[in-house]
Design a protein around this ligand. Structure first.
Ligand SMILES: [Zn+2]
Ligand SMILES: [Zn+2]
Length: 347
């Protein structure tokens, strides 16, 4: 079968490798769609601490497909079923796993990092992933490409749960890439009346609007801080979600919120300098700073149910489609920031 194999930073090749052999408690998924994530791009650039040098790996953790083969001991899944996977498989034993937070398990396994992921024709799903609920049925109303992008959307829901959105909140989402757009859609789905999205690129802001943003602010033309204060009659927003990896955005987040304001630091900063946080506004205005990473099995299940509802349309976020052979072009497109989600489609 064809697979895009990561060999070392900067090197990914289309190889002909054997179709994985599955055990009696495992499943083989015929991949139909796998979208490209910032994590794939980071691994391509810098590798990953869980990937030893020289270890080849099929990347891709945003995956949907249909079951091509199910082991004799597998219950609940059969050949032909449409499925997607929650990429991080917790150990099932640690304190985080016991609380249902497989995304925080220190001993996780993950598709596209420690196990082969979705940039291949057939992907093996090990027994632990099935047993812990990481393999999920996808309803017919969702296309395979929509099912693939549920993964980043589930991470956004995970982030929003930390800031407990209320209908009368004013929510500011900094960044209108795919993540910012998912946040806008989810905030609207949860009944928030005023969702503001900011970005420098107008085409991205148009998509954010199609995904539900009430107000978009192009920060190459307008000052975000001034606009938020104007919209909120000087009180400041209730929630800020930072979806860009810039220290000054995180440092400036507390200026955008008022009393009881909440911040979710959704994007990490990599090696960039860590910004100072205004501790006095935390204290005197009772503000809260949260951070989130990844998603739990529960977040994924909830997003799957939400996405299947008729008033949710994920299609504006999928802008570029490529065959597996063009994985490098797909990654370049994804890194360019000109489109939104790039998806590898298999026929
Ligand atoms: Zn991802
Ligand atoms: Zn664990």
């Amino acid at each position: 079968m064809r697979a895009a194999v990561f060999r070392e930073p900067g090197v990914i090749e289309i190889d002909d490798i054997p179709v994985p052999v599955i055990g009696s408690d495992e499943v083989l998924v015929r991949v139909r769609a796998a979208s490209i994530c910032g994590t794939d791009l980071r691994i391509m650039k810098h590798g990953h601490f869980r990937l030893p040098a020289g270890q080849h790996r099929v990347l891709g953790h945003e995956v949907a497909g249909e079951i091509a083969e199910a082991g004799s001991e597998v219950r609940g899944f059969a050949v032909g079923d449409r499925v997607s996977v929650v990429p991080n498989v917790g150990c099932g034993r640690c304190r985080m796993c016991r609380r249902g937070l497989n995304n925080l398990c220190p001993d996780y396994e993950a598709f596209g990092i420690t196990m082969d992921g979705g940039f291949e024709e057939y992907m093996r799903v090990p027994a632990a992933a099935i047993a812990r609920g990481n393999l999920m049925h996808v309803p017919d109303v969702l296309s395979f490409e929509e099912a693939a992008i549920l993964e980043p959307m589930s991470c956004c829901l995970h982030g929003q749960r930390k800031v407990d959105l209320q209908p009368d909140d004013v929510v500011v989402i900094v960044g209108a890439g795919p993540i910012g757009c998912f946040h806008a859609l989810l905030a609207k789905q949860q009944g928030v009346q005023t969702v503001i999205v900011s970005n420098t690129r107008q085409p991205r802001l148009e998509i954010a609007r199609r995904m539900g943003a009430d107000i978009t602010i192009n920060i190459s033309e307008q000052d975000l801080h001034e606009e938020v204060l104007r919209i909120t009659d000087g009180e400041g927003a209730d929630v800020v979600i930072t979806c860009v990896s810039k220290p000054d955005v995180i440092a400036g987040a507390s200026d955008l919120i008022g009393r009881l304001g909440r911040i979710n630091v959704f994007s990490g900063l990599g090696d960039q300098a860590r910004p100072a946080i205004d501790v006095n506004s935390l204290h005197y205005l009772e503000q809260t700073v949260t951070g989130t990473t990844g998603s739990s099995v529960r977040d994924y299940a909830d997003v799957l149910a939400m996405a299947a509802s008729p008033n949710v349309d994920l299609s504006p976020v999928i802008t570029d489609r490529f065959p597996l052979e063009d994985i490098r072009a797909a990654m370049a497109q994804s890194a360019s920031g000109t489109g939104m989600k790039s998806v590898i489609l298999f026929d």
